[in-house]
Design a protein around this ligand. Structure first.
Ligand code: F0G
Length: 481
């Protein structure tokens, strides 16, 4: 909840208390430099012992609630017919309004099954923006992802409240040029991950649904961050200021023919599911579940996770839960902007996104500015962020790099994990780095997998800039930090 202090500052105050903690330590600059070299300048390659604040992702890294942990103790480990599944089914029905639910081990497993059933070679899949694993799964089935976002989506200095909206005119054009029969479905991602956790509005979703159903096309929602999108709709869309998070979630879901999510985000648990009210669609996906994931009543999840998910689904409708990371992100972005550090605006869900194109404009895009920035952030703070730029795009069929629309270093804010003092530390080190930005140089690959190269690829700095930056850091703060 935001609280206004006597001096006029508005700070996010945690509406929970910490009952279990994990010890952390801060590796010093020399240790961080060798850890970064060993990781191949890729933050995915770091070990957590060398990380102070892990802002790589909010995925599977949220703090669970006492009630989620308690629910895990009463899980029913039956292979078939587990009562835990029926508690999940009830929660999905009560909160999302869907009758059919297929549990899977995580979001990309849902994408795998959906791609297998609905994406045929040559199909087009229009969406507000792609996510890495989504695109890979759809393309592996021979489909083509078409991004139909508005121009504003790529403006990192925007005040547009709904940069996750789909461009309705372009959708009509795409349908008439490709033919409705060649479109697998229209996919809307609740807070578009790769363009800065930006929400769509309910007004836009309703219009997308109207167009899609007029042409007999299914609407699919990726609800991995649905409670954050709902929170941002409540804040930013006039007609919904007084609506509850539950009301907004219900309305989003009532427009979805197909729905899936990664439970690792809004649900604060590991797992995921596909849901629908359409028995025919359910009947097409269902036979694949035991083949690729597991029996219908656990899919790819443990029954403990299923219990925790059932609770997490109900808890995400609490406005303090839906808003906890959104408000810390807003504060984080605002403090960075006060210090002149370029961040994506308006702040969204998921993370505070630093705009590498403006932070290190001297690094050409094919020398991976966002990757270099993520490496430099780790080096001078012990904070692990994630590259969301050209490194996250795989090469095209001719082996050429595909420059990303945006170059972002994403500092994710897992739910209920970090506090305002953590954020203040991050702001201080990022500001120092911004003031020494000319020391950061580009990167090149030394090992490069063909698919999803950002996970396992290794890079090296062009020139010796890691050493130079570390030396400047020692001069400012000493070697013990
Ligand atoms: N959809 C969205 C919008 C996501 O953000 C993710 C994962 C997935 C699908 C895939 O789900 O990881 O459970 O298989 N996002 C993570 C991230 C990886 O760090 O943003 P998953």
């Amino acid at each position: 909840m935001n609280i206004c202090l006597s001096d006029g500052r508005v700070i996010p105050v945690e509406m929970h208390q910490v009952r279990i903690v994990q010890k952390k330590s801060l590796a010093n600059i020399n240790q961080r430099l060798s850890a970064l070299k060993e990781a191949g300048y890729n933050t995915f390659g770091l070990r957590t012992r060398d990380i102070f604040m892990d802002m790589l992702t909010d995925s599977g890294t949220n703090a669970m609630s006492d009630n989620q942990l308690a629910a895990m103790m009463v899980s029913d480990d039956a292979y078939a017919g587990s009562e835990s599944f029926y508690r999940l089914k009830d929660a999905v029905k009560d909160v999302f309004g869907f009758t059919h639910v297929l549990p899977v081990h995580q979001g990309r497993a849902a994408e795998h099954l959906l791609a297998k059933v609905f994406v045929k070679p040559g199909n087009i899949v229009p969406m507000n923006y792609h996510f890495t694993t989504t695109k890979t799964h759809f393309e592996m089935e021979g489909g083509k992802v078409v991004e139909i976002c508005t121009e504003e989506a790529f403006n990192t200095q925007s005040t547009n409240p709904f940069k996750g909206n789909l461009d309705l005119e372009k959708l009509e054009e795409t349908i008439s040029s490709c033919g409705a029969q060649n479109i697998s479905f229209v996919r809307m991602e609740a807070t578009t991950n790769l363009i800065g956790g930006q929400p769509f509005s309910l007004g836009n979703l309703k219009a997308v649904k109207e167009i899609a159903s007029r042409h007999g096309i299914l609407l699919m929602v990726d609800g991995s961050l649905i409670s954050e999108n709902a929170y941002l709709i409540k804040q930013r869309e006039e007609a919904y200021h007084k609506a509850s998070i539950q009301d907004i979630i219900s309305e989003i879901c009532s427009l979805s023919d197909l729905f899936y999510l990664s439970g690792r985000k809004s649900c604060s648990v590991r797992g995921g599911f596909i849901a629908t009210n359409d028995s025919r669609l359910y009947g097409r996906i269902m036979p694949l579940l035991p083949v690729f994931e597991g029996f219908l009543t656990y899919g790819g999840m443990s029954t403990k996770e299923i219990e925790a998910m059932a609770v997490g689904i109900r808890e995400m409708t609490d406005v303090d839960v839906a808003g906890c990371s959104v408000e810390l992100i807003r504060y984080f972005a605002q403090r960075l902007m006060e210090n002149g550090v370029p961040v994506v605006t308006p702040p969204g869900g998921l993370a505070c996104h630093v705009d590498a194109m403006r932070f290190v404009p001297h690094i050409p895009q094919l020398q991976y500015p966002a990757g270099a920035l993520a490496a430099a952030i780790y080096l001078c703070s012990g904070i692990r962020s994630m590259e969301r730029g050209t490194v996250s795009m795989d090469r095209d069929a001719d082996g050429n790099d595909v420059p990303s629309d945006l170059e972002l270093a994403r500092l994710a804010v897992p739910r209920r994990v970090y506090t305002v003092s953590h954020v203040e530390y991050a702001v201080d080190r990022l500001t120092w780095l911004f003031n020494h930005r000319e020391l950061i140089g580009g990167l090149e690959f030394t090992e490069e997998p063909a698919v999803l190269r950002f996970f396992l690829g290794k890079l090296r700095p062009l020139g010796n800039w890691g050493e130079t930056l570390a030396q400047a850091f020692r001069e400012s703060f000493g070697s013990e930090f």
